[in-house]
Design a binder for this molecule. Structure first.
Ligand code: SF4
Length: 402
């Protein structure tokens, strides 16, 4: 089944059909991108556009068509993640249609994880009921901060009180796996401010917390403000102290860092990756395969990578014409695969199998071990505690060596 995926490579139409046709196993994870947002947050470089409501209907039609075209490549799905954008901005009746179509085309594995990203102000009893009835069992809520000043700096438009309200609505509807995202190193944020945010988040009935340092991505309003001198970035020392405060607060609340920026509630005796970890994101970090639907959604299938065209109108037109316009198709490549394994897998506390690779990479691994940043035990390579603090540098040096 190779139809349904059309690719533009260097302006030329090509086909990702062979990528899907050559797969040896059904794909067990699916990512779906819903691009609409209320407005553009200043730090955001995700593909999102301000919702004009008029495109929600045709968007849903196209998404249903694309999901049906991809379904023959999927096995019983172990994880589904609907991200954005703001998926919870889609009207409840459209969600119902989407979930009905999804269940008509796909099967979920027993104990599958089905996550929807939620902006807290968009949660309603009706929507949470529709999601829960449609098999959604995990909600990831973008809290970012509980301090109105810092939300304002980020240009996030929600009331901090909407976060516990959204979580309660989800829980009441039967969605019990709950996660919140926070951002630290916001201009003007002190270490105490951050500790208060952590305490507020960890006091909520959540099993998972993501804490990302603010980054200044090219082309965002935040970066323009930085270049103009309107905001001052947090210093490196403060950022490191905030990261360490995250680990301390999380440990006290019974959470374990299982990935550089992700922490999950850990039961006694659980290994480095607790059951409350995001199984969908683990598929990314472990280099497994996933299908992708929606504009700008990226797929990875057994070493092949591609991305749906990041323009909603072009994507809808392509799907209506019987294909999915796709860009950036990359065939499998051994060196890239190894670089990705280092880049993604080493972010996990469980680490990676030691790469069987002589020469420069081995020497680089030894150097990082000598510096106390990497550990190697029983054929597994992991970052040390200090290595986690300096993860980006360690990983970059290893990749340079391959
Ligand atoms: S809500 Fe999320 S995706 Fe939308 S603009 Fe803000 S950060 Fe970006």
């Amino acid at each position: 089944v190779t139809q349904g995926i059309e690719v533009t490579v260097g302006g030329q139409r090509a086909s990702a059909g062979p990528a899907l046709a050559s797969r040896r196993r059904p794909v067990l994870s699916l990512y779906v991108h819903v691009p609409f947002c209320f407005h553009k947050c200043h730090y955001c470089d995700f593909y999102s556009l301000v919702d004009r409501r008029d495109r929600q209907d045709p968007f849903t039609d196209a998404l249903v068509a694309e999901l049906r075209a991809l379904a023959p490549h999927a096995g019983p799905l172990e994880s589904v993640f609907v991200g954005g954008g703001t998926p919870t901005l889609l009207r409840p009746d459209l969600w119902r249609r989407l979930l009905d179509a999804f269940h008509g085309a796909y099967r979920l594995a027993p104990d599958a994880e089905f996550t929807v990203e939620c902006n807290p102000e968009t949660a309603s009893p009706e929507l949470m009921g529709v999601l829960a009835a449609g098999g959604v069992n995990r909600l990831s809520v973008g809290a970012q901060s509980f301090d109105e000043r810092h939300l304002k700096t980020l240009e996030r438009w929600h009331d901090p009180a909407s976060v516990p309200r959204a979580l309660a609505l989800a829980h009441d509807a039967g969605i019990h796996r709950l996660s919140v995202d926070l951002i630290f190193a916001i201009p003007g944020q002190t270490l105490d401010d951050w500790r208060r945010d952590l305490d507020a988040a960890l006091a909520l009935p959540v099993e998972h917390l993501s804490g990302y340092g603010l980054t200044y991505e090219p082309g965002t309003a935040m970066t323009t403000r930085l270049e103009r001198g309107d905001v001052e970035p947090a210093g490196e020392d403060l950022e490191a102290a905030m990261y360490e405060a995250t680990l301390e607060a999380a440990a006290q609340a019974g959470f374990r860092r299982y990935e550089v920026s992700n922490l999950a509630r850990a039961e006694p005796g659980e290994g480095p990756t607790p059951r409350a970890a995001s199984r969908h994101n683990l598929a990314y970090w472990r280099g497994e395969s996933w299908l992708a639907a929606g504009p700008s959604a990226s797929a990875h299938v057994e070493g092949w990578r591609w991305k749906n065209v990041p323009r909603v109108d072009e994507w809808m037109a392509g799907v209506r014409a019987g294909g999915s316009p796709v860009v950036d198709l990359e065939p499998p490549d051994e060196r890239r695969a190894l670089a990705e394994r280092l880049m993604m897998g080493l972010r996990l506390a469980e680490g990676i199998d030691t790469p069987v690779h002589a020469g420069a990479l081995r020497a680089a691994i030894e150097r990082e071990r000598g510096a106390g940043l990497l550990d190697e035990r029983d054929g597994r390579l992991t970052l040390t505690e200090r290595g986690f603090l300096l993860a980006d540098g360690v990983i970059a040096r290893l990749i340079d060596a391959i």
